[in-house]
Ligand binder design. Structure first.
Ligand code: HMG
Ligand code: MG
Length: 284
């Protein structure tokens, strides 16, 4: 039997957080409900951040309340601090994610904190989550390049990934936030990370700004990464990362993986249906 590679669907969160048009909750719910039929095990659907910082995610609790939860699917939410954690718990997210950066410039721009301050905010979240067996995922942004600080040292990525993993994150998602990574810089970064975190606990989160995300996925597959984040229709970007284009498109990653002989467990017809919905939601 062929080996399994999982795609963690990001469309409803990383995909839509950057859209200019205010997307009604009903449209987001329809997208998630479609994605729920596609065979994903994890879908990021919400973000409990300040609505002043990211207005597009303001209806996150309503999205979680409105979706038809499919069996075997975990619906995830971002939580930058305890206020976000309380919001996610109130809305019954199945798992949460904290998000740090490997570069100080992006950390400050995105969450108004130094890396150290952000980790101090995450400690009580991880403590509270541990008490109720709530899975917590950890993101590290700017793993090869930062829009403010330039290239990121692989050792810095390894250090932040290690901190989040040691604090109890079950998986660390490594973000090429602005899509400047190359197979070479991704491989060098992964070589440093794997000294500290097992590759079975690593995910690749690659934006496709320069059209290199699939090559970067190939480089990561060769290093043993078996989980990739992607967004249907190639939606997305981060409002605090200038120039960051969409996430790599789920349908492109799924087709690529299947061509390489991996199993994704996805129903491609449903993925294409969701991709069309996502593209129709997009502001050009
Ligand atoms: P701050 O202004 O320093 O926070 O922002 P504060 O604690 O001083 O609070 C300011 C106001 O925000 C207060 O309201 C708080 O109540 C409110 P006011 O009294 O002014 O009316 N507030 C909140 N409201 C709702 N939910 C909350 C919350 N926390 C405070 N959780 C903060 C700090 C972290 C809140 C802010 O910077 C923020 O929300 N940043 C989020 C930015 C963001 O969401 N970026 C995109 C996601 S990360 C990403 O896309 C990268 C990723 O995909 C990986 C990759 O690609 O690399 C994950
Ligand atoms: Mg992202």
């Amino acid at each position: 039997m062929s080996e399994r590679v999982e795609i963690f669907e990001m469309g409803p969160r990383d995909g839509l957080q950057n859209e200019k048009r205010e997307i009604p909750v009903a449209e987001k719910v329809a997208l998630v409900d479609c994605l729920s039929r596609a065979g994903f095990q994890r879908i990021e659907v919400a973000s409990f951040v300040s609505p002043k910082w990211v207005p597009q995610m303001a209806g996150s609790a309503d999205v979680l309340a409105g979706i038809a939860r499919a069996e075997g699917v975990r619906y995830a939410a971002l939580t930058p601090n305890m206020q976000g954690y309380e919001g996610a718990m109130g809305a019954k997210a199945d798992e949460i994610a904290i998000f740090a950066s490997a570069s100080e410039g992006f950390s400050k721009a995105n969450i108004n904190a130094t890396i150290e301050e952000s980790i101090a905010r995450f400690v009580p979240i991880l403590e509270a989550a541990r008490h109720i067996d709530m899975p917590v995922r950890g993101y590290v942004s700017c793993v090869t390049d930062c829009p403010f600080d330039g290239p990121t040292a692989p050792e810095k990525v390894a250090e932040v990934a290690d901190r989040l993993f040691s604090l109890g994150c079950y998986e660390i998602s490594l973000g090429d936030t602005i899509g400047h990574g190359t197979p070479d810089s991704i491989a060098r970064m992964l070589l440093a990370v794997r000294e500290r975190v097992p590759m079975t606990r690593i995910a690749g989160h690659y934006h496709d700004t320069a059209g290199r995300a699939l090559e970067n996925i190939d480089a990561s597959l060769a290093m043993g990464v078996r989980v990739f984040d992607a967004a249907v229709g190639g939606l997305g970007g981060c409002p605090y990362a200038p120039g960051a284009a969409g996430n790599v498109a789920t349908e492109a990653v799924a087709e690529h993986l299947e061509r390489l002989g991996y199993q994704t467990g996805l129903d491609m017809a449903v993925v294409q249906e969701a991709a069309e919905m996502a593209r129709a939601m997009r502001t050009e």
